[in-house]
Design a protein around this ligand. Structure first.
Ligand SMILES: [Zn+2]
Length: 321
């Protein structure tokens, strides 16, 4: 069977790999140092790829590497004519039938903003459209999921959420501590996403979401990006594509069939789910889904649920907020 549906991915770490070594190629078919490349996105029927800015822990937490990552996004990714930068609803609408791949810019961990909301506004103006307040550790705004203290949002973190809501910057809860997750749910007036997290009931890992968290995201019409990180898919053995379906099925039983999308974490992971090591292999996932669900549901999981969210949540036009 050939790939007949479109695919969308709400999280990859290509920009981190380019920040480490910009000689890596996004476009060259012969090169294999990146999971996510233009030829593999085409092969996988991609209509949307989110590119996360992530500053590795050993680097300085400042605006400099964030801005360098935006420069890399513009020079190494957007220069390809088949990619279209997604900043508005209009941009998403223009993807229809164009054959273009939408490229959305996100920030994973706002440590480098150092609590300055002016920096958040500048990143919005530079085209960043989604942000996760923390990575795994604590920062000025909240505790991350692996911070022992397990605290919630700070006062600055609360101001940050309010400013994101005002700007229309999408908020990503994937790396937050449970307490910070619920603090954010309490105060946000826009639906949140978990761009790359699975169901904790299926695989008991702190990076995964509890059933109550999944229900909360569904209730606010947010999204859950089921992820391909092997240790978040299944514990104790090699993860296979069918194991990903356990998470999809569980979220469906909680009422989330319109809220499921995918967030691969390609280029942020050392190992891969068997048969799913790059976007070119998404056909394997699609085939497995089509054996269990009808085509309308599968096209929702694969792309449309993510696109619908962007059509609801991105600004209508390009006016700066
Ligand atoms: Zn991550």
């Amino acid at each position: 069977m050939s790939l007949k549906l479109r695919s969308a991915d709400f999280h990859c770490d290509v920009l981190m790999k380019l920040l480490e070594d910009e000689s890596r190629s996004f476009t060259n078919e012969e090169r294999t140092e990146l999971d996510v490349t233009l030829p593999k996105l085409r092969q996988g029927g991609s209509v949307l790829q989110t590119f996360a800015i992530y500053i590795p822990e050993r680097m300085e937490k400042s605006m400099m590497p964030i801005l360098q990552s935006i420069d890399l996004f513009q020079r190494k990714i957007l220069t390809s004519p088949s990619l279209k930068w997604i900043r508005t609803r209009q941009d998403v609408n223009q993807l229809n039938g164009s054959g273009s791949i939408g490229a959305l810019l996100s920030l994973e961990g706002a440590d480098g903003l150092q609590g300055e909301l002016s920096m958040l506004r500048i990143l919005y103006q530079l085209g960043v459209r989604a942000v996760g307040l923390t990575w795994n550790r604590a920062n000025w705004g909240a505790d991350g999921v692996l911070e022992n203290r397990q605290g919630g949002l700070t006062g600055k973190g609360r101001e940050f959420v309010a400013e994101c809501n005002r700007l229309g910057m999408l908020l990503d809860v994937s790396h937050l501590s449970d307490k910070a997750f619920w603090d954010m749910v309490d105060i946000t007036n826009k639906p949140l996403i978990a761009s790359h997290s699975n169901a904790r009931t299926i695989c008991d890992h702190p990076r995964n979401l509890t059933d109550d968290q999944i229900r909360a995201l569904i209730a606010m019409n947010g999204r859950i990006g089921v992820t391909f990180v092997p240790q978040f898919v299944i514990a104790g053995r090699t993860a296979r594509v069918d194991d990903i379906l356990l998470h999809v099925e569980h979220i469906c039983t909680l009422g989330g069939e319109k809220h499921i999308m995918f967030g691969s974490d390609f280029d942020g992971i050392e190992s891969h789910v068997m048969g799913l090591s790059n976007p070119g292999e998404l056909e394997n996932l699609q085939e497995a889904l089509l054996q269990r669900y009808n085509e309308a549901l599968v096209s929702g999981f694969m792309a449309q649920n993510a696109l619908d969210y962007l059509l609801e949540q991105l600004p209508a036009g390009s006016k700066i907020q």
